[in-house]
Design a protein around this ligand. Structure first.
Ligand code: KMH
Ligand code: ZN
Length: 278
């Protein structure tokens, strides 16, 4: 049991447009520079979505491989590729993300309304993703957008066994219109439901937009870990755009230190998550 805080940075996402958010890292150079800055101020995991030459969301396999290689050669961060992609990506491309050989990949535990769209995650698709990750030694982060997704995770683990590495880590994504709200009460309800999952299961949490700070503070105060980044919020405070992902990571690290749960190094985070050393 660690007393430190795992800080994941989600720098890009698939939802914001570069034209609207100029500070969003969309090229490989921008992503690597962001990764280095965020590592320097306390991130240990990077949750990666990539963009194409027009800055549109992409799951291009060649680009994904190059991205994993570039992040590994420039940082010690744990590289977690998004298998969620954008709401428009087909299942085949989302499964093929694993071919890029990341340390981790996200695995969303159910379908959810996503603003005006639907983020589709059929049961058979989830099973496919989970079992392929087991075969390849890719450690999942189970993305939980709603309370019922934890029930689906329990079913998944009961039927198909523990993930690669043997440790279960979930991330609560809170405040998506269509999912659970970004409130302390919702996070406490999730934590209570976690009791049904294998002993030692860890969680991080992120709040979308204005839910960023309530979720961050509640997670930190209740033994959870943190995810921050421009995938989840592009506003630092009311009316104040985020300047950089490092600004969000630095704020999360400062809160973690104040809580006497300082940021974990990437090596400590590997240990926590059951990922072999590099
Ligand atoms: N972009 C969302 C539709 C993930 O990365 O796995 C899905 C998402 C979750 O961001
Ligand atoms: Zn994502």
């Amino acid at each position: 049991m660690t007393n430190g805080t795992l800080i994941t940075v989600a720098p890009t996402g698939a939802e914001s447009a570069k034209a609207d958010v100029p500070a969003l890292p969309v090229t490989l150079d921008e992503l690597v520079a962001t990764a280095k800055e965020c590592e320097a101020v306390g991130a240990s995991v990077i949750h990666v979505h990539i963009r194409d030459d027009e800055a549109k969301p992409s799951l291009d396999p060649v680009r994904l491989r190059e991205t994993v290689a570039a992040l590994r050669s420039s940082t010690d961060l744990i590289v977690q590729l998004s298998s969620g992609g954008s709401v428009h990506d087909p299942e085949s491309a989302r499964l093929a993300v694993l071919d890029a050989g990341p340390d981790m990949a996200s695995c969303t535990m159910g379908t959810v309304n996503f603003g005006d769209d639907v983020f589709m995650n059929r049961w058979e698709f989830i099973v496919d993703l989970h079992t392929r990750m087991q075969e390849r030694g890719v450690v999942p982060e189970y993305e939980i957008f709603d309370l019922g997704h934890l029930w689906a995770l329990q079913r998944l683990l009961d039927k198909y066994g523990l993930p690669a590495g043997g440790h279960v880590h979930v991330d609560f994504v809170m405040g998506v219109p269509g999912g659970m709200p970004g409130t302390a009460a919702a996070l406490v309800a999730c934590q209570q439901a976690l009791r049904e999952l294998p002993e030692g299961t860890t969680f991080s949490a992120t709040g979308i937009g204005r839910f960023t700070l309530p979720v961050l503070l509640t997670s930190l105060g209740s033994g959870g870990h943190l995810r921050v980044g421009m995938e989840d919020t592009v506003t630092y405070a009311k009316g104040q755009p985020v300047e950089s992902n490092a600004q969000l990571v630095a704020r999360a690290s400062a809160f973690a230190r104040l809580a006497q749960r300082p940021p974990l190094t990437p090596g400590e985070a590997r240990n926590l998550l059951g990922i072999p050393p590099r």
